[in-house]
Design a protein around this ligand. Structure first.
Ligand code: HEC
Length: 148
């Protein structure tokens, strides 16, 4: 009896702290994937980049870069949804923050891949934001294990 009485406040304190943790503002709502919010108030990103512009991103994604002679869509396909090799990732509809983090990491050498490092090495934060806005705005063909 005495034993269970002493555990009760502890259990209540634990529940209260769990409830607080659940309410804490731990993350932002994922970026909406529509062209409409391209040049809008999407100014916050966990990767710290500026707001992206879909049209500027599309232009960049389809223009061959001087250094590599290739455009993003040459490998990832139209809208990032038709990769030329099945091992190349689809980008359409991917979270903007994920895309921008990935590109920053390739650029900064934190994620290594021979092809992508050379693609990303000269990108500015604004270009990364624009590319992420563009590919993020495209229809998604992404699947996860729940679709299989
Ligand atoms: C020469 C082919 C090629 C070109 C051109 C290319 N990519 Fe890639 N990209 C790849 C490959 C291959 C991978 C997978 C690399 C890996 O496993 O890390 C990849 C991965 C990525 C990823 C990570 C996706 C994920 O799901 O983690 C992003 C983002 C990306 N590319 C964006 C771009 C952008 C933006 C451009 C244009 C500036 C571009 N790529 C140009 C071949 C290419």
């Amino acid at each position: 009896m005495t034993h269970s009485m002493s555990l009760k406040p502890l259990a209540l304190a634990l529940l209260a702290s769990l409830a607080l943790a659940a309410c804490s503002p731990s993350g932002e709502t994922p970026a909406a994937h529509s062209a409409a919010d391209s040049a809008d108030g999407h100014t916050r990103s966990s990767s710290g980049i500026p707001a992206g512009n879909v049209a500027a991103g599309e232009k960049l994604a389809t223009t061959k870069q001087a250094a590599t002679g290739q455009a993003c869509v040459d490998c990832h396909g139209a809208g990032g949804n038709a990769p030329i090799d099945p091992s190349y990732p689809k980008l359409g509809g991917q979270y903007r923050d994920y895309l921008s983090h990935s590109l920053q990491m390739y650029r900064d050498g934190e994620r290594s891949h021979a092809l992508m490092a050379s693609q990303a090495k000269d990108l500015t934060d604004q270009q990364i934001a624009d590319l992420a806005a563009y590919f993020g705005s495209q229809p998604s063909e992404l699947v996860d294990l729940s679709n299989l």
